[in-house]
Design a protein around this ligand. Structure first.
Ligand code: HEC
Length: 189
């Protein structure tokens, strides 16, 4: 299943990349938005399928350990050429995903938009050498056993396991609808 999705994903992305590279001179913001959204959709599918498979086969603790070992690599599965893909969070679990200054600013903007009831969209920020694509990651109910409220939503034995594997874990106490973090894709100009 994973292989099939990867195959379809890569075929789809290759077409997008050929189109994207051929028109390098004329790439518009909306091209970057479309391309970024495709990469996120494919990567999210991969992570989601692998996570649910691990939960069904290994249980909650086994799935956390699976994420600990594989999530970073799976997040980069559709990286290509000078395109990098990452997830970033202010309240992070894995320190490798700690938001930098720009990412923190974007996350806080999304959180503020949410507070005033605005819809959240993917955005593009162009710098001298890079184009940055950002998309919010919103918490869903399926995420609560690992990112929700300890004891009420995260079971006791998992709290202990998280404590040993991620002693500085901040990725708890999220509620459904919260901005959990962002996707950040960087394109070289
Ligand atoms: C089975 C437990 C589990 C579930 C369910 C789960 N996560 Fe996670 N999540 C983790 C673990 C473990 C990590 C750290 C992975 C690593 O070490 O690379 C993580 C990391 C993340 C990160 C990267 C930032 C960070 O804090 O390191 C984001 C974003 C994230 N999860 C969002 C979600 C969302 C959204 C959902 C629901 C759709 C979800 N997670 C469901 C266990 C889970």
């Amino acid at each position: 299943m994973k292989k099939l999705i990867l195959l379809i994903g890569f075929a789809f992305l290759s077409l997008a990349i050929i189109n994207f590279c051929d028109n390098r001179e004329r790439i518009t913001e909306s091209d970057y938005l479309k391309y970024g959204d495709s990469i996120v959709a494919l990567t999210f599918d991969t992570l989601r399928i692998e996570l649910f498979k691990a939960m069904a086969e290994k249980g909650l603790i086994g799935a956390v350990d699976y994420c600990r070992i594989h999530a970073l690599d799976l997040t980069k599965i559709y990286e290509y050429g000078n395109v990098t893909v990452r997830r970033a969070a202010i309240k992070f679990r894995n320190p490798s995903n700690q938001a930098d200054e720009l990412e923190s600013e974007i996350i806080n903007n999304y959180i503020n938009s949410k507070v005033v009831g605005d819809s959240l969209y993917s955005i593009i920020i162009e710098h001298k050498k890079h184009v940055h694509f950002f998309k919010p990651i919103i918490l869903q109910s399926a995420c609560l056993p690992c990112h929700g409220k300890p004891i009420d939503e995260i079971p006791n034995e998992l709290i202990e396991f998280l404590q040993t594997k991620y002693p500085n874990d901040q990725a708890k106490n999220f509620k459904v609808g919260d901005v959990r973090g962002i996707w950040h894709i960087t394109f070289d100009k």
